[in-house]
Design a protein around this ligand. Structure first.
Ligand SMILES: [Zn+2]
Ligand SMILES: [Zn+2]
Length: 191
């Protein structure tokens, strides 16, 4: 997989991935309620979600994502106190990706932030399929559903491996002390 250019919709935030091997990342489509809520929160349901309410994501090591300009435009929201850190750009509400805390070694980069819509299948391989399908907005054909246990096992394996390899650092999202680069907004029930 070549270096992938990262860019928000308006171009203020620019970045790139490292040269990843095609097997490094895990590409999947997440239909969970939180991914749908995040797309709604930044008012990008139409551009982020597919017809099933799924978000096309590449899980990759956080240390292999670089922001080259516009880092001050990055904002963060958590759907609850313990929710994932969901990063987006405040210039144009482009979703960037989801991370755990500073110790987490992966970022699930949302497709909108990657400048390779046309070559995505070649760059990363085909998506492993849709997961969290109980939250889907319409019935998902069987051939689109991912082999859920295999995907989760493979994701977990990589999370642990990447953590052991120290791929959580350096992170564009957290400083050396583990503090997020910008204070996340934590949504309450009412939000
Ligand atoms: Zn922008
Ligand atoms: Zn999700």
């Amino acid at each position: 997989m070549p270096e992938i250019t990262l860019q928000c919709c308006c171009g203020k935030v620019q970045g790139k991935t490292a040269n990843l091997s095609p097997s490094t990342g895990t590409r999947l489509v997440c239909c969970c309620r939180d991914c749908q809520s995040f797309a709604g929160y930044i008012d990008q349901e139409k551009t982020v979600l597919d017809q099933y309410g799924g978000t096309d994501i590449l899980q990759m090591p956080v240390s292999q994502l670089k922001i080259l300009q516009g880092i001050e435009q990055i904002a963060c929201v958590r759907l609850s106190e313990k929710g994932m850190y969901r990063w987006y750009t405040k210039c144009c509400n482009t979703p960037i990706g989801n991370t755990m805390g500073a110790g987490g070694a992966f970022v699930g980069v949302v497709h909108n932030f990657m400048d390779n819509q046309a070559t995505r299948d070649d760059d990363f391989g085909k998506s492993r399929g849709h997961i969290q399908t109980t939250f889907a907005r319409q019935k998902i054909p069987l051939d689109l559903r991912g082999p859920i246990f295999k995907i989760i096992a493979s994701s977990l394996f990589k999370l642990i491996l990447w953590k052991l390899k120290g791929y959580n650092k350096p992170s564009v999202f957290f400083d050396d002390t583990g503090k997020p680069i910008t204070e996340p907004k934590i949504l309450s029930q009412e939000d």
